[in-house]
Write a protein that binds this ligand. Sequence first.
Ligand SMILES: NC(=O)N[C@@H](CC(=O)O)C(=O)O
Ligand SMILES: [Zn+2]
Ligand SMILES: [Zn+2]
Length: 427
Amino acid sequence: MKVLLKGARVLDPSRGLDGILDVLIDGERITLIGEDIKAEDAKVIDLSGLLVVPGLVDMHVHLRDPGLEYKEDIESGAKSAAAGGFTAIACMPNTVPPVDNAAMVSYIASKAERVGLSRVFPIGCISKGREGRELAEMGEMAMAGAVAFSDDGNCVSDASLMRRALMYAGDFGKVVIDHCEDPTLSAGGVMNEGYVSTLLGLPGIPRSAEEVMVARDVILAKETGAPVHIAHVSTKGSVEIIRRAKAEGIPVTCEVAPHHLVLTEDAVMGYNTNAKVNPPLRTEEDVEALIEGLKDGTIDAIVSDHAPHSMDEKDVEFDKAAFGISGLETSLGLVLTFLVGAGKLSLEEVVEKMSANPARILKIEGGALKEGALADITVIDLKKKWAVESAKFFSKGKNTPFEGWELKGKAVMTMVGGRIVYSEKQY
Ligand SMILES: NC(=O)N[C@@H](CC(=O)O)C(=O)O
Ligand SMILES: [Zn+2]
Ligand SMILES: [Zn+2]
């Protein structure tokens, strides 16, 4: 089965490609990219006026399956990912039970395969039971298809365990992703420590809770020579530590979530539990530093940290509410509206940080549009104006602080291995 995508602006910054071009797909791969391609045996899809980019990759997603399917399951999560424009996602292992063995890695991979929408790459636990005491069977999980290791939701507090995790994972060629939070500093905190927490009388989480662990991880990565990836960076101080580490040649990469780029702690005012997230929303100064970090390459990737929760878990007092934002379906729109639209980031930078870079960090195929590459493609309408309506999310998680926000720019078609897995128009 051949498909010819016609007339779109085709953009792949990884190879300096940008122009009105056609893309010919045969089966699951791209066979030709060029001007005005003729292919009589192909099904033609007219994409004029739209933007074609390498399939977006979200390397930090929570799918809640197994065990917490009332929040999300692999099928609803994959639908949500496809609708958000993501052709591939990597899912965190903080499920019930946690993904700490090969059988569970296989369960996720095979269920995702059956669902057949966006590609789903499982991330395995660093420690058994995510308890932070003993290393999990990382080798076996790697063999079963785990692309990385993380105890996300928790920090690996034990520095010696973290050091061994880096060495083992490094030996398998896998990256360790750390949720940097010193529990002795964050204990009891529910939002950023500062002016607003004082005003609201809520216990705060200081920036140092994140930064001391970022510094520790950088030191361990330097000593072991093994790569570490810092999850959801939220403070100016973290950006500065990582910038210095990269300048020294230490193998550290990191990511940021859209909510940390467009919101501040002010969003918590009125005890809005939909703005309760970990790490917490910070201040304007942090937001500016994060954007600066994206611009100068300190921050490699933009991820949703999609953290769906049920209404019941958010519709309670602020200190009792669950941490997290359902982000797959707003991620791209927020980035296009508030970063590209506001002139803070170029389209090329966005494609790098939402496709090529995360693919490279996880060592998965993707992130490029070229002959022979997988036909994983995201089609974007940059002019499309739309309003966030959580009731229409494919995700079960309706927990968003962006309800009703007007955004400009949206994925209108998502193609995985040459198959349309999401489209706003019938073709
Ligand atoms: N980010 C969050 O606020 N919540 C995440 C956990 C995490 O990413 O640390 C979750 O699993 O709900
Ligand atoms: Zn986390
Ligand atoms: Zn997370």
